[in-house]
Design a protein around this ligand. Structure first.
Ligand code: UDX
Length: 458
């Protein structure tokens, strides 16, 4: 009998740490199941991040059946790709990618049966439809964030936007179905914080989310006990269950500083709060100093990730202030980039001061780690509301950066209400582990996805 070619899937994430990391995990799981993967990165992201990555990514280059390819994002080399330029990036990708993608998926030497595209790439749906193959969207944000993006047109039509200044921030939003009682203006995705309800970025998120229903399916990187319908995440937990012999760390633009683990080894059990604001968020020097005094005054130990580009401002202003470096030596540790999942699993860590990026939120949930949430942009605002108000896994201090508030929140989480938060974090982590283990709902959902992809190649 003639040997059947393996199913071949093209996976295309948006160029960003949170997007590429989670979709690479999916790529690894699918190739472990015998599916051939072509993983696309933009040239810019590949040159800036992957090529220089001292760890993490190189592992993916050695996985049999998984090849990394690059494509242009259509923007000039020196064009900024910061989160505030997101609309320009998406518009450019929508123009540049379709012909390249079409050529790639119809290549008779290596025909593609399936596309898995990041949730903001409607152009990929058009290509898939034109050439007659299946496409699934991968949603890197939470289901609650996805749903709020989906409801933006309803909010606009109902006149609930724009938000009329800071005094209007606590107004309840009534047009995100299912969240009527607790979703405030301040919890909406950050791009809702605009004066004009016709703002291009706001409309882009609304449009792209609505277009996702044209895809054949939608993969949500989350789990039922947390958020409802059919999901397959958290992907890293799947990797640990299915390929336990390998380590599965996340990557980034910065060199991983492992010395923090030796420092953690010397700290008492659950005495340290881990502080990180993800891969893109920035803060002013004033905000950083308020966080710093809040942490020091709380008298708890802290491990703080201060990326080289965390502090916004011109040269000199963006350095870590000397007073912070000096006084930190007493009970804290500063690192540029850490092995986050290893840190969260360390016995010395008892809390996470987090920006609520979805990958970090899931990693924290899997580690049974209570959170203090200080969201920065996009989906992070709504994730933090859910962490506090719905899942009871921590405290939401969004829009506040006063040292007294930080100190109080750290002491509430790490000391006064420690048992309460630890108990609910523990319960949620157990539910997640149960569904990802063999026989659990997430385990079965992932098997279903693999079966479906393989069917397409028959
Ligand atoms: C942003 C969005 O907020 C997020 O919700 C969206 O899905 C992707 O873009 P980002 O700032 O990258 O996310 O945060 P997050 O999604 O949490 O991803 C950061 C990743 O970097 C995590 O996997 C985390 O483990 C890793 N990380 C972070 C490290 O490995 N080391 C560090 O020191 C800090």
């Amino acid at each position: 009998m003639e040997k059947q070619d393996p199913a071949h899937v093209v996976i295309f994430p948006l160029p960003g740490v949170g997007h590429v990391n989670s979709m690479l995990k999916l790529a690894e799981l699918l190739s472990h199941a015998g599916i051939k993967i072509t993983f696309l990165n933009t040239e810019y992201y590949y040159d800036r991040v992957i090529r220089h990555s001292s760890d993490g990514f190189s592992r993916y280059m050695q996985i049999p059946g998984l090849q990394l390819k690059t494509v242009t994002d259509g923007l000039p080399k020196d064009h900024p790709r910061t989160p505030d330029k997101f609309t320009e990036l998406i518009d450019s990708l929508n123009l540049a990618i379709p012909p390249l993608l079409k050529e790639m998926v119809t290549d008779s030497n290596s025909p593609v049966n399936y596309i898995i595209a990041d949730g903001y790439m409607s152009h990929a749906i058009d290509v898939a439809r034109e050439v007659g193959i299946s496409i699934i969207y991968f949603c890197t944000v939470s289901a609650c964030a996805f749903w709020s993006f989906h409801c933006i047109p309803n909010i606009i039509i109902a006149g609930e936007l724009p938000i009329k200044g800071t005094e209007d921030m606590d107004r309840l939003i009534t047009n995100v179905t299912g969240m009527e009682g607790f979703l405030r203006c301040r919890d909406l995705p950050s791009f809702c914080r605009v004066n004009n309800p016709m703002d291009p970025q706001l409309l882009l998120f609304a449009r792209e989310t609505r277009l996702s229903v044209r895809a054949y399916g939608l993969i949500l990187n989350t789990f039922e006990d947390l958020e409802g319908p059919i999901f397959i995440g958290p992907l890293n937990a799947h990797l640990k269950v299915r390929i336990p012999e390998k380590t599965h760390s996340s990557s980034g633009l910065w060199k991983v500083d492992r010395s923090c683990i030796a420092w953690l080894d010397k700290q008492p059990k659950q005495s340290v709060i881990y502080v990180s604001f993800g891969s893109d968020a920035v803060m002013s020097r004033d905000q950083l100093i308020e966080f710093y005094y809040g942490l020091v005054n709380s008298k708890n130990g802290f491990l703080w990730v201060i990326r080289p580009d965390l502090i916004s401002g011109k040269d000199g202003e963006s350095q870590i202030p000397e007073e912070v470096v000096e006084a930190t030596k007493e009970r804290g540790y500063i690192a540029g980039w850490v092995p986050q999942e290893e840190v969260l699993a360390h016995k010395a860590v008892g809390g996470f001061l987090i920006h609520c990026g979805w990958n970090s939120t899931l990693e924290s949930i899997m580690a049974g780690m209570p959170m203090i949430c200080w969201p920065s942009f996009a989906d992070q605002q709504i994730n933090s509301r859910f962490v506090d108000e719905v899942w009871k896994l921590g405290l939401d201090i969004k829009d506040l950066f006063d040292r007294n508030i930080v100190e109080k929140a750290v002491n509430d989480l790490m000391v006064k209400r420690k048992e309460e938060f630890m108990e609910s974090a523990d319960q949620m982590a157990n539910l997640a582990k149960k569904s990802v283990n063999e026989g659990g709902s997430l385990y079965c959902n992932l098997d279903r996805l693999v079966k479906d992809i393989k069917m397409m190649s028959l």
